[in-house]
Design a protein around this ligand. Structure first.
Ligand code: PEP
Ligand code: MN
Length: 341
């Protein structure tokens, strides 16, 4: 951390800042330039958080952090990337992991049929909401424990590990009994009691980015999980809120590459919630893979026109099978970049 003092700083102000730095267990290194004096601070990240308040101290112009506040999530000082095992599926190991299934588990039949179809098409994990975070209290709220049982049954039959959302601390235990991976939804990304509880859960976590969260806030949310003892974390970009209204959200593709640059954690993309439009999902999925996503999470429903949630963004079985083929196709035009004939 560097503390930049103002041009007309006094010796008294410099020494009281240096004293505060020492009080917080850090070492101050004072450099006097022609115009500016700066104080380099060496110490622990916990102390830096307290020293940021020195922005308010007399004679201080700015306080700038050099190291990331998300020290466990950061790639700084690490040369290997994290891989996350969910059952026998490895996320971040090089293969694109495709997680597919309905937005909500609506019935045993709907879920089993979807699980069989997505497995046959090439999905490697199953998704399905049991506890649904719905904007309106009058919308379908999910089948709860009954849905968890259907998910378990579908997983046992197809061999696909399951990810499902957990909305509150009170549900972590029961959801962990039935699911292989616990999803933190966008609306809960900054629910710190939930993150702290999930840090103690014996399950990997899929952490969705909040609709209005910066990349750094997202990584700090992941830091809660790692700092609390759970290093099995996968980040999920699912679109952010912008001025665009024809699409449900705006997929922040650069954030996928940026999160991978800043962090060693795997990153997957959710083109379904990012666009809200089924027609866009194949091309957007290809773009996600092109920027380095480790996987995709896609909503699939036997009859999207009858879905109890998110029908317009859900692929039907044929659409999903087609998507899998499209992801594998070579990028049109790329082979001819730079060729002048
Ligand atoms: C979901 O995955 O069905 C969901 C509710 O996603 P998000 O939290 O990204 O809105
Ligand atoms: Mn959904």
């Amino acid at each position: 951390m560097i503390i930049k003092m103002s041009v007309n700083v006094t010796e008294q102000e410099i020494s009281s800042v240096a004293e505060r730095v020492r009080e917080c267990g850090c070492q101050p290194h004072i450099s006097r330039g022609v115009e500016y004096t700066v104080i380099g601070v060496v110490g622990k990240v916990e102390a830096f958080a307290r020293l940021e308040a020195l922005k308010a101290a007399p004679g201080v112009e700015d306080v700038v952090r050099i190291s990331h506040p998300f020290k466990l999530v950061s790639r700084q000082g690490r040369d290997t990337r994290t891989t996350v095992a969910v059952g026998d599926v490895i996320i971040g190991g090089g293969d694109i992991v495709v997680i597919a299934g309905p937005c909500s588990v609506e019935s045993r039949e709907q879920l089993l049929n979807t699980a069989r179809a997505v497995r046959a098409a090439g999905a490697t994990m199953l998704r399905g909401g049991a506890y649904k975070p719905r904007t309106s209290p009058y919308d379908f709220q999910g089948l709860g424990v009954e849905a968890l049982m259907f998910l378990k049954e579908a997983s046992e039959e197809t061999g696909l590990p399951v990810v499902t959302e957990v909305m509150g601390t009170e549900d972590v235990e029961i959801v962990s009994e039935y699911a292989d991976m616990l999803q933190v939804g966008a609306r809960n990304m900054q629910n710190y009691p939930l993150l702290r509880r999930l840090a103690k859960a014996n399950r990997p976590v899929l952490l969705k980015r909040g609709a209005s969260a910066t990349v750094k806030e997202w990584l700090l949310a992941a830091e809660y999980l790692l700092a609390g003892g759970n290093s099995q974390v996968v980040l999920c970009e699912r679109g952010i809120r912008t001025f665009e209204t024809d699409m449900r959200n705006t997929l922040d593709l650069a954030a996928v590459a940026f999160a991978k640059e800043l962090s060693h954690l795997p990153v997957v993309v959710d083109p379904s919630h990012a666009t809200g439009r089924r027609s866009l999902i194949p091309m957007v999925s290809r773009a996600a893979v092109a920027v380095g996503a480790d996987g995709l999470i896609i909503e699939v429903h036997p009859e999207p026109e009858r879905a109890l949630s998110d029908g317009p963004q859900s692929l039907d079985f044929d659409g999903f099978a087609d998507l899998i083929l499209r992801i594998k196709e070579p990028m049109p035009g790329l082979a001819t970049v730079g060729v002048t004939a």
